[in-house]
Design a protein around this ligand. Structure first.
Ligand code: PLP
Length: 390
């Protein structure tokens, strides 16, 4: 059993359910609506942006600007509404080059989606200005950054709309938030979740808790073999939730018109927990201590001591090195992600960091279910792989 890639229920979870979380960030936005997932939040944000733009311009909008580096769940809410995904490239700092963005926008563009990649809150000031000047809504995707500061403002306060995925910060299997600092949000007219969903959420939470107790990894073995010069490369199992059909219509996007289950909303209250955020910062610091001395292993975003980091990003310099490290780490049971399943129409744009990241960038989980020794073993194995490959 590999290490869990998302937080699971813990003894301290119930304490967080009854404590009102109020960290600066998405949870402190004045206008907030609970939805069934981060994808559902994106779907509603895009719909609201499109309706506002159509009402102003009197003509139908058809395009949404999206980054070339993405999970498919970020693109599916655009395609599912019959809209065009217009891909924009990223600089090596994980932001668009504002001077070049006009080349990707069209007259019928209604919104630009920009995530705080890896949970490092960044100032979106220049993108905010670009969007305002052109009447394009900025959708600030906070799936990775729920709390903390993003430059001059708290996370979630740059966008016309902010979207969040609570399943990444709590044991809730699915739950999301749609928020805004500026716009009073209309009622979303969502239906209640069926009772069978309530039972399923609770059963899953307990099952994952039991599985996490038995989690094992072979990271020490990987470290030894890598240092001896032999990196084991098991084949990768296909990711069960990233096929195109699933991303579009497995019923998970179908739940955009449904509330998150009540039990999921209760579990999701842990997302604002100060104790969980502190543990994330601790894990992030462990990775940083082991990996920042390796100069060739670039960390594309500034290391932040703020908020609740989602993952620690490590960027191997070539696709081959990224493949080796990812396969070896997954095979040894590490809690690691890679966004290598890009939307099929994603273009290859020269000099685009997003294209390189899809194979070269690994995201090491920081969630609080991981124990300190598991994070230390992961960091040591990544460092050994880097020394072997570089
Ligand atoms: C940047 C980003 N946006 C949106 C989503 C969708 O969130 P959810 O899984 O809650 O639907 C994800 C999920 O991985 C994500 O990483």
């Amino acid at each position: 059993m590999a290490l869990p890639r998302a937080p699971v229920l813990a003894c301290h979870s119930p304490a967080a359910w009854w404590t009102k979380p109020c960290p600066a960030g998405v949870l402190s936005l004045p206008f907030l609506r609970s939805v069934s997932s981060g994808r559902a939040a994106l779907w509603h944000a895009i719909r609201l942006a499109r309706e506002a733009r159509d009402a102003l311009s009197g003509s139908a909008t058809a395009g949404v600007l999206v980054p070339t580096y993405h999970p498919r769940t970020l693109i599916a809410p655009v395609i599912a509404q019959g809209l065009r995904a217009d891909f924009y490239p990223l600089t090596a700092s994980g932001l668009p080059d504002v001077g070049a963005l006009d080349a990707y926008a069209r007259l019928d563009t209604c919104a630009l989606v920009l995530p705080h990649f890896f949970g490092a809150g960044r100032s979106f000031a220049s993108v905010r200005k670009w969007c305002t000047t052109r009447g394009i809504a900025l959708i600030e995707d906070c799936a990775h950054a729920l709390q903390g500061h993003a430059g001059e403002r708290p996370v979630g306060h740059w966008g016309d709309y902010a979207t969040a995925s609570l399943s990444k910060f709590s044991p809730a299997p699915e739950a999301g938030l749609l928020g805004s600092a500026e716009h009073r949000l209309p009622r979303l007219a969502l239906q209640g979740a069926p009772w069978r969903d309530e039972a399923k959420v609770l059963k899953n939470a307990v099952d994952y808790w039991l599985l996490a107790r038995e989690a094992e990894d072979s990271l020490s073995g990987l470290l030894q073999r890598t240092e001896a010069g032999v990196v084991p490369l098991p084949p990768l199992e296909p990711d069960p939730v990233s096929t195109l059909a699933e991303a579009l219509q497995d019923g998970r996007l179908g739940q955009v018109h449904q509330h998150a289950a009540w039990s999921a909303r209760l579990l999701a209250r842990e997302a604002g927990s100060a104790a969980a955020a502190a543990r994330r910062r601790q894990h992030f610091a462990t990775y940083a201590a082991a990996l920042t001395p390796l100069a060739a292993l670039r960390c594309p975003v500034p290391v932040s001591a703020d908020g609740a980091p989602y993952v620690y990003p490590v960027w191997f310099p070539t696709d081959a090195m990224g493949d080796t490290a990812y396969r070896a780490l997954r095979g040894a049971g590490a809690a690691v992600f890679r966004w290598d399943q890009r939307w099929p129409q994603t273009p290859n744009i020269e000099g685009d960091a997003g294209h390189a990241w899809s194979h070269q960038l690994l995201q090491l989980a920081c969630h609080p279910t991981l124990r300190a020794d598991q994070v230390e073993r992961t960091a040591a194995a990544v460092a050994a792989l880097a020394r072997h490959c570089l």
